[in-house]
Design a protein around this ligand. Structure first.
Ligand SMILES: O=C(CO)COP(=O)(O)O
Length: 123
């Protein structure tokens, strides 16, 4: 089954919830995972089931990076807050890097997320 990770920094959580609601029918066909708080918010505000990893600052990004390294993830939507420094920036960089290494599509913008999810849906 297609496995998709959903991650958003705090300032972007309203955006990822809007996206999850708009794409709920598509996402319902996928095996979803996410960082802790993002996963919790999405499960509260949609009927989707999300496997929750640790919260980002507590290692959730690296847990997802580990799955990417195992070729277990098909796509990631990661709505980052570009205006706020994150204490776990090295973890975020690791996740982005491992996606580059494994050619896993990663969208960090809402438009990119739409392209990514439409693309996965068309496969
Ligand atoms: O910090 C994050 C990603 O780097 C997101 O973590 P949460 O979903 O737990 O807020």
């Amino acid at each position: 089954m297609t496995r998709v990770a959903l991650i958003a920094h705090d300032e972007r959580k309203p955006d990822i919830i809007d996206m999850a609601q708009a794409y709920e029918e598509t996402l319902a066909d996928y095996d979803l995972l996410g960082t802790g708080t993002t996963g919790q918010r999405i499960t509260e505000e949609t009927d989707l089931t999300v496997e929750r990893k640790a919260s980002g600052p507590l290692g959730g990004d690296v847990q997802i990076a580990s799955e990417v390294a195992d070729d277990a993830v098909d796509g990631i939507v990661f709505l980052r807050d570009p205006l706020t420094a994150q204490p776990h920036e090295p973890d975020i960089s690791a996740l982005l890097r491992v996606c580059d290494v494994h050619d896993v599509p990663l969208a960090t913008t809402e438009t990119g997320a739409r392209y990514l999810l439409d693309g996965l849906d068309a496969e």
